[in-house]
Design a protein around this ligand. Structure first.
Ligand code: NAP
Length: 320
């Protein structure tokens, strides 16, 4: 009997990384498991009836729950009701059905950007609910925090093996490279590409000083699959998935690495008339290192070079 592993958000950045990494886990995994990747075109998971139909059709043994209504600053600020309601309903439906249809294990995705705005650093797994999130993304953040609570309640009342993971900024192939809606790293890749094409300066908004931890989507996929297959022996609660504090990099350094990939480092300019946003959000990966001591992250220079290469070679399908 093969297990069915259902991945919501299968068409996104992380879903595509999981698809690419599954073969690395070897023939046994391929032989014993069927992977089903779901996009919003297959089922609208904010509708309970559609979510139930998906569970009835595929009868998943395991679920990786990635699907979310995500966006940049502008989308988050101007669509708070939609961000809250979409994410609350998607998450409610997925957790509720995973219990109802007796899923053996679910790994659900949170984000480090949902932690309290005012906090001490580094942030760790115990600090998620210690204060309000930043005003700009509070709708998204509260919906995600409720996902953590929902999974925890099912663990406590029914012993369900539902765990949450908290990644930092993710980047890689199949990202959203939109200049306004995309996250900072893919948007900078697109911006540098256009600047070189038009022979103008590569303008980076802000001072470039804010610090961030970036995780390559392939590394994240490896960790998520390792967590899924550990049968609950290792990870039984929420865990932050991040590179170390020492591997935090400035936005300026990321922009310079990107510009170097385009051989355009001499045209980079920082426009300090734009605000910088939060200076840092440093997360601790101590628990991750303790649970997976042998795990090695992809060097950010390698990850950025591969992402730029993918962006250039896949212009016909790039989200931008
Ligand atoms: N990207 C980051 O830097 C980051 C950082 C921390 C945490 N996360 C979390 O990681 C997870 C994966 O992120 P990602 O970057 O891979 O996201 P993404 O590329 O934006 O993909 C989002 C996925 O969700 C699906 N989706 C959205 N609304 C849906 C609905 N109503 N019904 C069914 N599916 C729906 C989309 O389907 P369509 O393609 O069909 O629209 C897509 O497959 C999310 O939970 C996100 O919150 C992301």
């Amino acid at each position: 009997m093969t297990n069915v592993i259902l991945i919501t958000g299968g068409s996104g950045l992380v879903g595509n990384a999981i698809k690419a990494i599954v073969p690395e886990f070897g023939g046994e995994v391929a032989k014993n498991n069927t992977f089903i990747y779901i996009s919003s075109a297959d089922y609208n998971l904010s509708v309970m009836n559609e979510t139930e139909q998906m569970f009835i059709k595929y009868k998943p043994d395991y679920v990786i729950h990635l699907a979310a209504c995500v966006g940049g600053l502008y989308k988050n600020m101007n669509n708070k009701v939609a961000m809250l309601e979409q994410n609350l309903t998607i998450n409610y439906n997925m957790v509720h059905c995973s219990h109802k249809f007796k899923v053996k294990k679910m790994v659900a995705f949170l984000s480090t950007c949902i932690f309290p705005d005012k906090t001490t650093y580094p942030i760790d797994e115990t600090m998620l609910h210690n204060g309000p999130p930043h005003f700009s993304n509070d709708a998204y953040a509260y919906a995600k925090r409720m996902l953590e609570i929902h999974c925890r309640m099912y663990r406590e009342n029914y012993g369900d093996n539902f765990v949450c993971v908290i990644p930092t900024n993710i980047y890689g192939h199949h990202d959203n490279f939109d200049l306004e809606d995309g996250h900072v790293l893919p948007a900078l890749i697109h911006k540098c590409f256009l600047a070189k094409q038009e022979n103008v300066d590569f303008i980076v908004r802000g001072s470039g000083k804010p610090m961030r931890q970036f995780i390559y989507s392939d590394d994240l996929a490896r960790l998520v699959l390792a967590i899924l297959f550990d049968n609950g022996e290792k990870i039984t609660d929420t865990i932050i998935l991040s590179v170390s504090e020492a591997d935090e990099v400035s936005i300026g350094d990321v922009a310079r690495k990107i510009a170097n990939c385009f051989d355009y480092g001499h045209r980079i300019r920082f426009d300090e008339s734009f605000s910088d946003g939060q200076y840092k959000k440093t997360a601790s990966n101590q628990l991750l290192v303790q649970k997976f001591p042998d795990f090695r992250f992809t060097d950010i220079d390698v990850g950025i070079a591969q992402t730029v290469k993918w962006f250039l070679q896949n212009q016909d399908i790039v989200r931008k």
